[in-house]
Design a protein around this ligand. Structure first.
Ligand SMILES: NC(=O)c1ccc[n+]([C@@H]2O[C@H](COP(=O)([O-])OP(=O)(O)OC[C@H]3O[C@@H](n4cnc5c(N)ncnc54)[C@H](O)[C@@H]3O)[C@@H](O)[C@H]2O)c1
Ligand SMILES: CC(C)[C@H](C(=O)O)[C@@H](O)C(=O)O
Ligand SMILES: [Mg+2]
Length: 356
């Protein structure tokens, strides 16, 4: 049974990091016989250039029929002035919405060898192991947007059902970990946040009495995340807060370049992408850190294809490459994208031979 993976490289360093992850997946495939098939499709700014729209119908149809999707990143200065409705980022939001990918899982585990790559003190961050579950298809990102008179409007709207389903995903994930959930909102000011807090409280009491729940305001959370990150297990929050807090969390990991993610809904294929953007400042130089995308590919093997062993092998190889100092510039190293990728592949091959 072959597995169809749609690859959306996108823009800037996007195609560089997806190519690295595909190289790693092909290597794993040779050892674990997963029968992975890859098909690349136009997306983001590259699709605007070729087809005048960031999410062409053919790309969306291919994604809908895929078993999983691997995405690099979209956007960049070249498309800064295209009409808002067809910006590269609008294509990404449209894809998330069309596929119903409401639960975006962004894990953060600090690697021992990267403790000094973080701007934070090592004794504060050592042992950090948390996951942010970011609501991805609601909130201010998808509300009504308008210009009226001299003003601009971005409506923030959440339904009870949207909050319930992401809470359940986060609580189920917490059960597989340390059974602690922290819900982040701004319930002292926002009506959507008051509904968020009420709903999370009700679902947790009724369905997850075994999972400890705490509620924090987002401004305090922004501070706790860097002052006591070890205290958190699973964090659940709305779309915009999750976007901001996870880039902040990347500073704990050492770089945005190492943070993976998965986005899934109740049906259909899930999407896997690093949390970083197209990094126009380093695009085309061959120095992008491919680890976030490679680790996203490991999440794909685990969650979409139930290939625990293959996923563990990739994560183990990335950890070993880090421990042996095969690092790109963002982590203080001198390796190119290709050198890091080749190292991960050679460690994977050695690992599989040793296990055989
Ligand atoms: N999911 C996505 O497609 C996505 C996510 C975030 C931003 N964006 C878009 O990307 C464009 C650039 O945004 P930005 O500059 O604010 O954020 P960015 O994440 O692209 O870059 C921020 C900084 O981190 C560095 N960086 C990011 N990923 C890296 C990697 N893998 N290796 C080494 N360094 C890395 C960059 O060089 C830059 O200095 C914008 O158009 C934005 O909308 C897209
Ligand atoms: C590019 C942008 C639309 C996107 C977001 O805000 O969701 C990005 O920052 C992310 O974190 O995936
Ligand atoms: Mg972001």
């Amino acid at each position: 049974m072959s597995r169809q993976i749609v690859v959306l490289g996108g823009d800037g360093i996007g195609p560089e990091v997806t190519a690295a992850a595909v190289t790693v997946l092909r290597s794993v495939d040779r050892r674990f016989h997963l029968d992975l098939q890859f098909a690349e499709h136009a997306f983001g700014g590259a699709a605007i250039d070729a087809h005048q729209e960031p999410l062409p119908a053919t790309t969306l149809a291919a994604c809908q029929q895929a078993d999983a999707i691997l995405l690099g990143a979209v956007g960049g200065p070249k498309w800064a002035n295209v009409p808002v409705a067809i910006r590269p980022e609008a294509g990404l939001l449209a894809l998330r919405q069309a596929l119903g990918l409401y639960a975006n899982v962004r894990p953060l585990k600090v690697h021992e060898a990267l403790l000094d790559a973080s701007p934070l003190k090592r004794e504060r961050i050592e042992g950090t192991d948390l996951v942010v579950v970011r609501e991805l298809t609601g909130g201010i990102y998808f509300g009504r947007k308008a210009r009226e008179g001299g003003a601009a409007i971005d409506e923030c709207r959440y339904t009870v059902a949207e909050i319930e389903r992401v809470t359940r995903q986060a609580a189920r994930l917490a059960r597989t970990r340390r059974s602690r959930l922290c819900s982040v909102d701004k319930a002292n000011v926002l009506e959507t946040s008051r509904l968020w807090r009420e709903t999370v409280t009700r679902i947790m009491a009724a369905e997850f009495p075994d999972v400890a729940i705490e509620h924090l305001l987002v401004d305090a959370m922004a501070m706790y995340l860097v002052s006591r990150p070890r205290d958190f297990d699973v964090i659940v929050t709305e779309n915009l807060f999750g976007d901001v807090l996870t880039d902040e969390a990347a500073a704990i990991a050492g770089s945005l370049g190492v943070m993976p993610s998965s986005s899934s809904g109740d049906h259909g294929p899930a999407l896997y992408e690093p949390i970083h953007g197209s990094a126009p400042d380093i695009a085309g130089q061959g120095v992008a850190n491919p680890m976030g995308t490679i680790l996203s590919a490991a999440m794909m093997l685990r969650h979409s294809f139930a290939q625990e062993e293959a996923a563990d092998a990739i994560e183990g190889a990335v950890a070993k490459a880090i421990a042996e100092g095969f690092l790109t510039r963002d982590l203080g190293g001198r390796c190119s994208t290709a050198e890091v990728t080749a190292k991960v592949v050679s460690l994977l091959e050695a690992h599989v031979k040793a296990a055989a």
